[in-house]
Structures are given as structure tokens and as C-alpha cells.
Design a protein around this ligand. Structure first.
Ligand code: SF4
Ligand code: SF4
Length: 106
């Protein structure tokens, strides 16, 4: 799920989507975060290898709501870097949305 976009249409797109947060358990991994930033994420939401977010099947455990309906990230302000870089309408977004039968954003 992307950075809160300045464009309201894009913000609405993410809030009624959540596909990238449920695309793969390998997706919400930790990359360039500082230890201090990772320490802010509740331990129960971190996977056993401490390498990324805990997932149930492919869905991140920090995601609340219903995919393609209404979703929120429980740790939005402190979410991992990879979650900030997937932007509505980019290639990763399109790949995730297709998994759920959602149309590409333009
Ligand atoms: S797949 Fe795209 S539209 Fe959906 S939450 Fe992720 S960035 Fe937003
Ligand atoms: S941490 Fe938040 S933005 Fe990142 S995958 Fe999980 S629910 Fe989505």
C-alpha cells in the first residue's frame, strides 16, 4: 500500500484495494529500514525470521478489512519501505491487482 498520495483519487484507490498487501508473503519484507524503525513494529506482526511482516498465507497480518472493498494498514505510519514504494498504477500495483481480478489503474 503506497505512501498517502496527494491525489485523492489515488488515496481512494488504495483504501478500496489492498491487493499489494495480500499478493505474496515474500512481498512485505524488510530492506533498508533502520533497526530503530523496525523496533516500532509490534512483534506479533513480524515474521519468525524477523525478515518481514508476518503473513497468513499471502496476506500481511497488519491489513484490516476486505480486499477490493475497504482496507486499512494497522501500522501505516511505520510500515516497511517496500510498502511505501508500491504506487497506485505502477507495474507492481498492476500485478497485485490482477491477482484479485481488479483492473489496472491508469
Ligand atoms: S495494489 Fe495498488 S491500488 Fe492496491 S493498495 Fe497496492 S498500490 Fe494501492
Ligand atoms: S505493513 Fe501495511 S502497507 Fe505493508 S503490506 Fe502490511 S498492511 Fe500492507
Amino acid at each position: 500500500m503506497s505512501e498517502q498520495p496527494s491525489n485523492q483519487t489515488d488515496a481512494s484507490s488504495c483504501q478500496s484495494c489492498g491487493a499489494c498487501c495480500a499478493y505474496s508473503s515474500n512481498w512485505p519484507r524488510f530492506t533498508i529500514e533502520e533497526d530503530a524503525a523496525l523496533d516500532l513494529i509490534p512483534a506479533e506482526l513480524v515474521n519468525e525470521r524477523l525478515s518481514g511482516m508476518r503473513c497468513e498465507n499471502d496476506r500481511c497480518c497488519a491489513l484490516d478489512g476486505e480486499i477490493a472493498q475497504a482496507v486499512t494498514c494497522r501500522i501505516y505510519a511505520i510500515r516497511p519501505e517496500v510498502c511505501r514504494t508500491c504506487m497506485p498504477g505502477d507495474a507492481e500495483c498492476a500485478m497485485a491487482r490482477r491477482k484479485f481480478g481488479l483492473p489496472d489503474l491508469t
